[in-house]
Design a binder for this molecule. Structure first.
Ligand code: CUA
Length: 349
């Protein structure tokens, strides 16, 4: 009797734990399943151009091979568990086997063939995506900084930041360099990741088939604000791209004399440049982004804030508070100076 009550009690005690476990499992499963959507910015299952398609085909090949291996191996395991389980009344131990040459050859050769089947197309694709494609190629030089992206178009005389404009249907060849530490260039829908290694130039190409805004981000831990090192690829028609490039290659006008912006702007040139106003852009390794056409950009500070007067005001009041680790320190600007600088920066179109 006493035992029965104890057992009941224990079962009751166990139940809340089990309910909690079920609840946790459901929550976990829903998070896991949420990752299955193929329309999210980080999803590479929705390739938007030919090079991204090549990576996607490779992924699918490896995925289905792995599914095949999983089903075969787990199937054999479950079969052995059921077929050779200890039956009622069975006392003697199963026959002990030491080595089986034929079996060992089979399970060495099959994985080797499978790995070769994965390695050959993988290595071929890696080299394919790092070469300069044939045809009318647009060259872009990307320099990764803690924590923003410098973007140069050597043939067009354009320097910008955190926003890579490209014409649709034209292959883009990237030269990737780092100003400081390891970074990794990643636009999930347009191409696979490419590491950026200090004192090395890595290359890759991509192509956007359709116009659109493609989010990108740094994919290698690079310090405090690694998560805040994003950028956007803006794919547009050839005509729109040409117009943008022409606008971007023009110099800027200085702030109106006597304004608070004009009084403080020289301090900005310690790190930034404004072509036609501040330090030259050509051949200069920048510390902060080129601001010549700052007002034309959608976002700023590693593409984490929308380029609005409000966000810009908050940024100028105290950059490191807005973005952890920011190399731009608090310049103790007055509200009047901030207002004037915001107006000037937004006029740089
Ligand atoms: Cu740059 Cu992470």
């Amino acid at each position: 009797m006493c035992y029965k009550v104890l057992a009941l009690d224990r079962r009751r005690q166990r139940n809340p734990g089990r309910r909690l476990a079920t609840f946790a499992l459901l929550i976990g499963a829903s998070f896991l399943l949420a990752a299955c959507a193929d329309t999210l910015p980080q999803s590479s299952l929705n390739p938007a151009g030919e090079p991204a398609g090549k990576v996607d085909s490779l992924f699918k090949l490896v995925f289905w091979l792995a599914v095949g291996v999983f089903v075969l191996v787990e199937g054999a395991l479950v079969y052995a568990l059921v077929r050779f389980r200890r039956r009622r009344g069975q006392d003697e131990n199963p026959v002990q086997v030491h080595g089986n040459t034929r079996l060992e050859l089979i399970w060495t050769i099959i994985p080797a063939v499978l790995l070769l089947g994965v390695a050959v197309p993988t290595v071929a694709t890696i080299f394919d995506l790092a070469r300069r494609p044939a045809g009318d190629v647009l060259d872009i030089e990307v320099t990764a900084h803690q924590w923003w992206w410098e973007v140069r178009y050597p043939d067009l005389g354009v320097v910008t930041a955190n926003e890579i404009h490209v014409p649709t249907g034209r292959p883009v060849f990237l030269e990737l360099r780092s100003k400081d530490v390891l970074h990794s260039f990643w636009v999930p829908r347009l191409a696979g990741k490419q590491d950026i290694v200090p004192r090395r130039t890595n290359t890759m190409y991509f192509e956007a088939a359709e116009p659109g805004l493609y989010p990108g981000q740094c994919a290698e831990f690079c310090g405090l604000s690694h998560a805040n090192m994003r950028f956007k690829v803006v794919a547009e028609s050839e005509a729109e791209f040409d117009r943008w490039a022409e606008d971007q290659s023009a110099d800027a006008a200085p702030p109106a004399e006597g304004t608070p912006a004009a009084q403080r702007i020289q301090e900005c040139f310690a790190c930034h440049t404004i072509r036609g106003v501040g330090q030259p852009t050509e051949g200069v390794v920048l510390i902060g982004p080129d601001l010549t056409h700052f007002g034309s950009r959608r976002t700023f500070a590693g593409s984490i804030f929308d380029n609005t007067p409000g966000a810009l005001r908050r940024w100028l009041r105290n950059p490191p508070r807005m973005k952890i680790g920011s190399r731009m320190s608090d310049y103790k600007l007055t509200e009047e100076q901030i207002e004037s600088l915001v107006a000037y920066l937004r006029s740089l179109r």
